[in-house]
Unconditional design. Structure first.
Ligand SMILES: NC(=O)C1=CN([C@@H]2O[C@H](COP(=O)(O)OP(=O)(O)OC[C@H]3O[C@@H](n4cnc5c(N)ncnc54)[C@H](OP(=O)(O)O)[C@@H]3O)[C@@H](O)[C@H]2O)C=CC1
Ligand SMILES: CC(=O)[C@@H](O)[C@H](O)COP(=O)(O)O
Ligand SMILES: [Mn+2]
Length: 399
């Protein structure tokens, strides 16, 4: 008889959150939902809490709490409502939960993801920004607490699947496992075939129209600029202890090969599948078992061909800026991420042109160059530099 795992989904109203609920509900014998969190979509959170029987919900403030209550129309008792950022971290570390899906978007998800790591949970990490901003702190917390870390980002999940791991949920470091290099695939996004000088006028709708994946708006814009792949290079560096020169990016427009590991003997292992996040989510939830995800068979004959091409760093300057940041150090990675979050929000609200996103990030990297690495030892240090970068970046936005 299986012991049921109690799952907390941070960011349950987002794209990863919805897919996680979908997979969890396919396996009532394995999983119960302990807690859910949302930021703005209170009606959706109330519907999810009713549907899953969650014991706890976490909302950002008292106004959101009142809105949540107004949407609770059931005669069933309402879940406990916890309020504020500290409640997110406390819930991630709650002794009543075993598994935490970290699916909040942006650096806002870092404190709660770190709290889950420190509390020794099984951490399903979708929130790549946590590793970009605080990879060293985060990985140290996993090691010290004995937490299980399962990468959910499709490329890192693919790499994890291609590495040897003896049924353990934290993979051995790359070089010691005989790995020559990691090859991250990138779709190239909606503007793959466009030149840089054709992109000045593109709209948020065009940028969010990802060719293969259905995702939240922030990561969709990141995919268009390929800053997403840059964040993923930094994420891979921390997850698999690989130096930047052993992490390569190749454009693969079909998003069928999710990433690859090349070994010293010349073997290249790849993980393939339909572009559907329920596959990596099911892998993380079920590990080491393989469980049904609802994803159908991969029809390679229908796909017809799998193409690969080199990314052009002039067309995708954000990819180059990400490698620069990784080589420069943690301060640069924090600034890259924070400036990008402000720039993407500005682009989505019409306060910045698409092509200005890279310029704003470049300026933030120049600006932070004076911050010494020794000043970044704690979560507070990281969040302080993140906040300073945002403050420095906001004046670039038009009113
Ligand atoms: N979507 C995908 O397929 C993939 C996503 N990822 C990563 O997973 C994470 C989530 O992405 P995705 O699901 O697409 O994003 P969405 O924008 O769809 O969802 C984000 C979630 O975070 C919540 N949220 C937003 N801001 C805050 C905040 N300040 N504090 C607390 N909660 C907040 C949202 O609440 P509300 O909706 O109520 O406002 C929502 O539940 C990102 O880090 C992304 O890079 C990685 C690989 C694939
Ligand atoms: C599904 C997922 O993991 C996304 O991060 C995806 O990789 C985005 O696609 P591209 O960044 O390759 O366009
Ligand atoms: Mn990805």
């Amino acid at each position: 008889m299986l012991k049921q795992s109690r799952v907390t989904i941070l960011g349950s109203t987002g794209s990863i959150g919805l897919n996680t609920i979908d997979v969890v509900q396919r396996h009532p014998e394995r999983f119960t939902v302990y807690a859910l969190s949302a930021h703005s979509r209170m009606k959706q959170l109330a519907d999810q809490a009713l549907m899953t029987g969650a014991k706890v919900v976490v909302v950002p403030d008292t106004q959101a709490r009142d809105t949540f209550k107004s949407h609770w129309i059931s005669h069933a008792p309402a879940p406990e409502i916890r309020v504020g950022a500290q409640a997110l971290s406390d819930t991630a570390a709650d002794p009543e939960t075993d598994v935490v899906m970290a699916a909040i978007v942006g650096a806002a998800g870092l404190p709660s993801a770190l709290a889950a790591a420190q509390a020794g949970k099984r951490v399903l990490l979708a929130n790549k920004e946590a590793l970009v901003a605080a990879g060293s702190l985060f990985m140290a917390a996993i090691r010290q607490s004995g937490a299980e870390l399962l990468p959910i980002d499709s490329e890192h999940n693919a790499i994890f699947q291609c590495l040897p791991h003896d049924g353990r949920a934290s993979a051995p470091t790359g070089p010691t496992a005989g790995v020559r290099r990691l090859i991250l695939t990138a779709s190239g996004g909606p503007f793959r075939t466009k030149r840089w000088d054709e992109l000045h006028q593109v709209t948020p709708e065009q940028a969010c129209a990802h060719p293969n994946w259905s995702m939240g708006r922030k990561i969709s814009v990141d995919s268009a600029t390929m800053l997403n792949k840059g964040l993923e290079v930094i994420e891979a560096h921390w997850l698999f202890a690989m130096p930047p020169e052993r992490i390569n990016v190749v454009i693969h427009p079909q998003s069928v090969v999710h990433s690859m590991v090349e070994y010293e003997d010349g073997s290249v292992l790849a993980q393939l599948g339909q572009p559907d996040m329920r596959t990596p989510i099911a892998y993380g939830l079920g590990f080491p078992d393989r469980i049904a995800s609802g994803v159908g068979m991969l029809d390679l004959a229908l796909a017809g061909r799998l193409d690969f091409e080199e990314p052009d760093l002039k067309q995708f300057p954000c990819l180059k800026l990400s490698f620069d940041a990784l080589r420069s150090g943690q301060g640069a990675c924090i600034a890259l991420n924070a400036a990008n979050e402000i720039a993407v929000a500005g682009f989505l609200s019409g306060a910045l042109a698409y092509t200005e996103i890279a310029l704003v990030i470049d300026a933030a990297l120049d600006w932070q160059a004076g911050v010494p690495e020794s000043a970044l030892n704690s979560l507070d240090d990281v969040m302080a530099l993140d906040a300073l970068t945002r403050q420095h970046t906001k004046p670039f936005l038009r009113a």
